[in-house]
Design a protein around this ligand. Sequence first.
Ligand code: FE2
Length: 301
Amino acid sequence: MSYLVNAIGHVQLNVVNVEQLVTESTGILGLHVTRQSDDTVWLSSNGRQAELVLHRADENSVRSIGFESVSTEAVAEAASRVEEVGCRLISQKPTLDCCAAGMVFATPQGHTFEIHTPIADETYGRRHASTGVGPLHLDHVNILSPEPTETRAQFERIMGLKLSERMVDDGLSWMRGANRLHHLLGIVRGGTGLHHYSFELGEFADYCSLGDRLDTIDKQYVWGPGRHRPGDNTYAYYIDACGAMVECSGGMAMIHDDDRYEPNVITALTRPENVRVMNVWGTPAPADWLAHTFPWAKPAA
Ligand SMILES: [Fe+2]
């Protein structure tokens, strides 16, 4: 087996004010609630039962990021590799009951990740009426790690992810899985945390709709719209109601010639040369985008 995971599976957050984030995620972004209890809300942008899962808590933090396996066997194979790279297996069961199989592990840097079989999906139930902009699906996350090359090695060994691109100092790197999107994961050097989670938009005009909807709640984009050079995707970012950064992206490059692809190495690390590496159209990343981090909950014992 080469790639053991295909795509991002889920983002689970601990949230103090669940209602506020649900209101924003449905009314502005355009997700819909698929399940709700006193303590937990499942949201999705399409026919999948869950993409964003919120847990009522006394802190705002990442609870886990899930990756969808290519098969049930891949979950077991990945679990067998966890300790080889210094990580710790927490559970051999999925945290979401819509997955047939799954496992959860923690890294020495303090991330909690899950690998699970694909979330139950209703193929012809993708669209839902909403006042929000209505993205297509969760497509990638960027995480922060104090030891980005170790984190990258964990993903290479445990999940079979491949490096698509990196900055020469490893301050940022991008990894792909079996779905061949340029990246389903970005790794940023920093304290352990989440930089952003991303939903793909269908049309460039959706950035206008989203910006206008954010304005109705007195919010604005942190950065964008623009087009990143790494991944070649369009983007715009805002901070969600619990303080995590959301990217909406579009048209990310696919790496079809996987066997002969050589990871690109970015050597322009300082401005002005670096500006158009990060935004083809030229607007520099603002300081609050560069400095953003959202905490990761302490891994379970
Ligand atoms: Fe991104």
